[in-house]
Ligand binder design. Structure first.
Ligand code: ZN
Length: 173
């Protein structure tokens, strides 16, 4: 396991530092002992009908996003409405290369949840995939001060529990 949280999304994806309220309260024993967490104390993604495919593919170590059947653009977070052309025509889950770049990022230096206390400082970034979709995740595998806007990154998969795998990103090799 590496550092920080996984990708977040507006629709209730995995919550990182500064994200939505973690399930079970603001951290502490109740979160640690939740049966599905198996010792993993950080917030886990809120998986629902719409975003479940994303997490199912992540578990198989595939980064997939929806491609609009109308305009052909890749988008995230998961939705049945295309945010580009507002079509309800549907989408297909296409496999991405896993490569992208840092679109924006912050360095978290204080833990907003006790579960992250040992992780600081860590990087929470918006990653723009080379296919176009953007997601919020962590950049790991380098020092926070080495992260730059536009830095090429590639996905890695962090199996944080038996049920949940968080796509994270590291400097491209
Ligand atoms: Zn569209």
């Amino acid at each position: 396991m590496t550092q920080g949280a996984g990708p977040m999304n507006r629709g209730g994806g995995p919550m990182g530092p500064g994200g939505g309220p973690p399930r079970g309260g603001p951290g502490g024993p109740s979160v640690v002992t939740a049966p599905q967490q198996q010792g993993y104390a950080k917030p886990l993604p809120g998986i629902d009908e719409e975003n479940k495919p994303f997490w199912d593919y992540a578990k198989k170590h595939e980064l997939r996003m929806q491609k609009c059947l109308q305009c052909g653009k890749i988008y995230y977070p998961p939705s049945s409405l295309c945010p580009h052309c507002h079509s309800w025509q549907g989408s297909e889950w296409v496999k991405l290369s896993g490569k992208g770049q840092v679109y924006s990022f912050i360095v978290a230096r204080r833990a907003t949840n006790p579960a992250f206390a040992k992780e600081v400082p860590y990087v929470v970034a918006i990653i723009e995939t080379e296919e176009g979709g953007r997601l919020i995740s962590n950049v790991v595998g380098c020092k926070p001060e080495d992260v730059k806007i536009g830095m090429p990154v590639e996905v890695l998969f962090d199996d944080v529990t038996e049920e949940v795998t968080l796509p994270k990103f590291k400097p491209a090799s």
